[in-house]
Write a protein that binds this ligand. Structure first.
Ligand SMILES: [Zn+2]
Length: 83
């Protein structure tokens, strides 16, 4: 297991914390009938890339970013990802 203190899993992907530009404060809603992202939070990465986080992932990402910016390891990942 590599040092994962600067990554956080969102949407089954390890996202490098240093690539996160911003995180949506409110869930996505565009009104489109077939929208797959409604209720998810947009996380914008460098170079215009986007990942979509559920609320748990969004909160975890925020906590991880805060811890990372303070030079501390992030909180343990949710058990879901340790299965
Ligand atoms: Zn949408």
């Amino acid at each position: 297991m590599p040092d994962m203190t600067c990554f956080f899993v969102v949407d089954d992907k390890y996202i490098p914390l240093f690539r996160v530009m911003w995180i949506a404060a409110t869930p996505h809603f565009c009104g489109e009938e077939d929208c797959q992202r409604e209720g998810f939070y947009e996380i914008r990465l460098e170079q215009g890339e986007v990942v979509w986080a559920n609320q748990r992932e969004r909160d975890g990402m925020l906590a991880a970013l805060e811890a990372w910016s303070e030079g501390q390891p992030p909180p343990p990942e949710d058990e879901h990802w340790q299965e």
